[in-house]
Ligand binder design. Structure first.
Ligand code: SF4
Length: 268
């Protein structure tokens, strides 16, 4: 670390480290010339100058998520930077008083983005009506498993009934966690069939040392590097559904909006 610091900086003789990875693997960084810092003023805005956070933590403990370990118990903050990109992990777990304060502050902005997603299970007509008061909001749901499809559907209908256009709704879809490619495609296409942009998210274990790789566990679920890049590219780069692309990749879209495999695909 000392050699790296000497190569890259005239001013610093130590590196300051912190963040989620360090909280999840505190014993991993144990070296001289490194100082561990729990908090850093305005760190979020250094990463994105438009980002803010009005709560910390989450009331849930989803098996794939590091938030409960990293941030701990759910807390409402009494004050925050008045910015349009919200990074709350579970804003809807907050009291109505807090939620109203957040919405009232956001109303002056020309757009806003509930970037970390909102919990479909907690969304009520009250929340939806308040979200519909905002100018160009981006409300992000998540359908991480078909076990929650009824909650997702209810939340989607609730937002639409409150007047949110489809273009104001997006949905994350965790893939590579406990299911294989077939299930991931079906779930993403379920979201897509609602006119909602799908944002697949590749699962990384909480102790992952590399990004965007297919682990042995994921291989056992049926994933290959080819399958991983295919689904990510399809939804992020190609955008709209395209029967030819699907057919080139060995899929066919049936009239009931479900996908069927027509031939096997090469392994990476
Ligand atoms: S609700 Fe969201 S933030 Fe909370 S534990 Fe589950 S995935 Fe994480």
């Amino acid at each position: 670390m000392k050699a790296l610091l000497m190569q890259t900086s005239f001013y610093w003789d130590k590196a300051i480290m912190g963040g989620p990875a360090l909280k999840l693997m505190p014993n991993y960084i144990n070296m001289p010339y490194v100082e561990i810092k729990e908090s850093f003023p305005n760190l979020l805005q250094k990463i994105n100058p438009l980002a803010t956070k009005t709560t910390i933590g989450c009331i849930n403990k989803c098996g794939f998520c590091g938030v409960p370990k990293i941030e701990g118990k759910f807390q409402e903050l009494s004050g925050w930077k008045d910015l349009p990109l919200l990074c709350d992990n579970n804003l809807l777990a907050a009291s109505r008083k807090h939620f109203n304060k957040v919405i009232d502050l956001l109303k002056k902005h020309e757009w806003c983005d509930f970037n970390q997603g909102i919990d479909a299970r907690l969304l009520t007509p009250f929340h939806a009506a308040r979200l519909a008061e905002l100018k160009s909001p981006m409300v992000r749901l998540a359908l991480d498993s078909m076990d929650y499809v009824d909650d997702w559907e209810k939340a989607y209908q609730c937002l639409r009934n409150a007047g949110l256009p489809k273009k104001s709704i997006r949905s994350y879809a965790l893939i590579g966690f406990e299911s294989g490619p077939e299930e991931a495609w079906q779930r993403c296409e379920y979201i897509n069939a609602h006119g909602v942009k799908v944002l697949p998210q590749w699962f990384h274990s909480l102790r992952a040392m590399q990004k965007n790789v297919v682990t042995l566990k994921q291989e056992r679920l049926g994933w290959t590097e080819y399958e991983r890049t295919l689904i990510m590219q399809y939804y992020y780069q190609r955008g709209k559904r395209n029967a030819k692309i699907l057919s080139d990749y060995g899929w066919r879209l049936k009239s009931n909006q479900t996908l069927v495999r027509t031939r096997s695909v090469p392994h990476s």
